[in-house]
Write a protein that binds this ligand. Structure first.
Ligand code: TYD
Length: 214
């Protein structure tokens, strides 16, 4: 595949969604590469439908392994239907969350174990892994404060409703992954201003893929 696959990761409240949109815009302004911005779980109809099932606060009965399988299923469909075709066309795919989210949230947050989560995800993704992962790091408490701001508990999705201990496990897992894959995963301090975070992400992409830019 001739395109470039980049993922953005981080705990809830790290500001990923805002950063990724502006980052895509900045890349497009400075490069002739076509950028495809997408997200997990979701990105296409089948996976968005699975997303609704996973995140609905109504589904309190959902078993944690069911949750892990649904994330992997949504990932598979999104990958074959959207990401891989775009990579074949030579595009730069910028994806909000990928397999590291499952390792951190289901593996560590839900305490299923990263190895078990890796094995179901390997089935789902086969050989396709991102060349670069930008990890937006934020203290779990600050991240939670950000997502709770101006929102009532009932308005949060099922994962956002989890408590501090869950989110601390998620962040610790991301830091572990960072140590395990130092070539692929790059850390960005997400406690800084949005502009600083976007610039840091942009520079990491530029350093890794200098030929992309004018
Ligand atoms: P996301 O859309 O990034 O959250 P938000 O827009 O609320 O910031 O992701 C939704 C939630 O799903 C988020 O809490 C993280 C969680 N998640 C997992 O637990 N495992 C996964 O594999 C993925 C992709 C997301």
């Amino acid at each position: 595949m001739s395109g470039i696959f980049i993922t953005i990761e981080g705990p809830d409240g790290a500001g990923k969604s805002t950063v990724i949109k502006k980052l895509a815009q900045k890349i497009s302004e400075n490069s002739s590469v076509q950028v495809l911005l997408t997200r997990e779980p979701g990105g296409i109809d089948i996976s968005e439908a699975i997303r609704d099932i996973i995140l609905s606060p109504k589904n309190i009965a959902m078993d944690e392994r069911t949750e892990a399988l649904l994330y992997a299923a949504a990932r598979r469909q999104h990958l074959v239907q959207k990401v891989e075709p775009a990579l074949k066309e030579g595009k730069l795919v910028l994806c909000d969350r990928f397999v590291d989210s499952s390792l951190a949230y289901q593996g560590a947050g839900r305490e299923i174990g990263m190895e078990a989560i890796w094995s179901i995800n390997q089935f789902a993704i086969e050989e396709t892994m991102p060349e670069l992962t930008l990890y937006l790091d934020i203290d779990a408490k600050i991240g939670l404060e950000r997502i709770n701001q101006g929102r009532k508990f009932e308005e949060l999705d099922r994962l956002d409703q989890e408590g501090l201990v869950f989110h601390e496990r998620v962040r610790a897992a991301y830091l572990e992954l960072l140590l395990k894959y130092p070539e692929r995963i790059q850390k960005v301090d997400a406690s800084k201003s949005i502009e600083t975070v976007i610039d840091a992400c942009y520079n990491l992409i530029k350093d890794k893929f200098p030929n992309l830019f004018n």
